[in-house]
Design a protein around this ligand. Structure first.
Ligand code: ADP
Length: 390
């Protein structure tokens, strides 16, 4: 209501305009041998974590921002490269973490972890814990937060809402950027859920995981052939709201206002919207990068493979265009749904981490090499300007 005015507790944090020019982090992880791996061939892949390097016997050597060997723990992975990215997100930067690699190399293990073993939980649950513990800490200092989540899948180039299975074939839309308060690029009709605790997000995620299987296709098959994007939107306000009597507004009232704002309902409180800081964290489990032998595949399988190849190479092209520091190159976000959806969270004003997963198995060597080359191309994305000012 109009009886609300707000006091700015502190001016906009200056630190986050100063985080300039940081490269995207590219992290390689070699998974341990699994029972079914072919171990007859000699191990051709060697990692030297202390030097952040990977060597392919008699072939090439690559260096990355971090390289983790077979013995690495989930915690190490998170602390080394995800924790600071999530922290930036809590300061207002959009951020994206990708898991890239051939099927069976540990993308899901790294992102989600082992459900049976708490200490082996992956990047996603750890990020969620970090977000909510930050919120808990800051809430006592008067900051107010609203966290929303959405979860989508791109399968065979069709966008599905994993949290509302009846929402299939969703379309990407783009608001006119010259107008105020636009959403930029968004997926029309994708459900967003307000979440108040890690447990609430985990519940949504397991619902979403169940939705990844479609019809008669098994979960594993679909999940290795689709991209899944869990998006967590953290909206916060560093002000203390008081009414005309000087009483502060309760968290419940404030949450109502945030929700009204977030979902675009018209309310007088829209006036304060520009004081909100909003950032998105995208956690992306990509489809398996293995090249399906086009000659062997037929029908739907072939079409699917082509689409996966096309979207991953579009991602590679976007990354490589962003890498080019020389001038303002055209960035081909529009070449795939994957890159389009991530447009506001990749390059430009964002933090990015790419986890490239590789297998030690001798018979995987050509896929391993192609993953390392892809990761190598991603190494030098520069971030330009940085904060979401809306
Ligand atoms: P992807 O998602 O890339 O297809 P998964 O994450 O399903 O691969 O991993 C394949 C198998 O390897 C799973 O059984 C997983 O538990 C195991 N695995 C992968 N990486 C590791 C690791 N770093 N430590 C232990 N087991 C792993």
């Amino acid at each position: 209501s109009s009886s609300i005015r707000f006091l700015s507790r502190e001016s906009r944090a200056d630190s986050f305009s100063q985080r300039a020019m940081q490269r995207v982090q590219v992290v390689v992880r070699l998974r341990p041998y699994l029972a079914h791996d072919d171990r007859r061939a000699p191990q051709l892949v060697h990692v030297t974590p202390e030097q952040n390097s990977v060597q392919i016997t008699d072939h090439s050597s690559f260096t990355f921002d971090a390289v983790h060997g077979m013995g690495s723990s989930q915690r190490e992975i998170y602390d080394r490269s995800a924790r600071s990215l999530v922290a930036s997100c809590l300061e207002g930067y959009n951020a994206t973490i990708f898991a890239y690699g051939q099927t069976g190399t540990g993308k899901t293990y790294t992102m989600e972890g082992d459900a049976e073993r708490f200490e082996d939980r992956g990047v996603v649950p750890r990020a969620i814990e970090q977000i909510f513990s930050h919120i808990q800490e800051k809430a006592s200092g008067g900051n107010r937060f609203l966290v929303r989540a959405s979860y989508l899948q791109i399968y065979n180039d069709v966008i599905y809402d994993l949290l509302k299975p009846e929402n299939a074939n969703l379309q990407i839309r783009e608001d006119d950027r010259s107008k105020e308060n636009t959403r930029g690029v968004y997926v029309e009709g994708l459900s967003e859920w307000v979440v108040r605790s890690p447990a609430e997000i985990f519940k949504l995620m397991s619902r979403g995981a169940a939705g990844r299987a479609t019809g008669k296709t098994k979960l594993n098959e679909v999940s290795s052939r689709s991209h899944a994007i869990l998006k967590i939107i953290v909206e916060q306000c560093e002000t203390t709201f008081v009414d005309l009597q000087g009483r502060s507004i309760s968290s419940e009232q404030f949450e109502k206002m945030l929700i009204a704002n977030a979902f675009g309902d018209k309310s007088p409180e829209d006036l304060v919207r520009q004081r909100f800081r909003i950032a998105k964290l995208n956690l992306v489990d990509l489809a398996g990068s293995e090249r399906v032998r086009i000659s062997g595949a037929t029908g739907q399988r072939l079409e699917e493979s082509r689409k996966i190849n096309r979207s991953l190479s579009a991602l590679g092209n976007v990354i490589s265009a962003l890498t080019d520091d020389r001038g303002r190159q055209h960035i081909p976000y529009r070449d795939s749904k994957l890159t389009r959806i991530l447009e506001d969270s990749l390059g430009g004003n964002c933090k990015t981490a790419m986890y490239a997963m590789i297998s030690p198995a001798g018979d995987a060597i050509s896929e391993t090499l192609s993953t390392l080359k892809f990761a190598n191309r991603a190494k030098s994305i520069r971030n330009k300007a940085c904060v979401n000012e809306d």
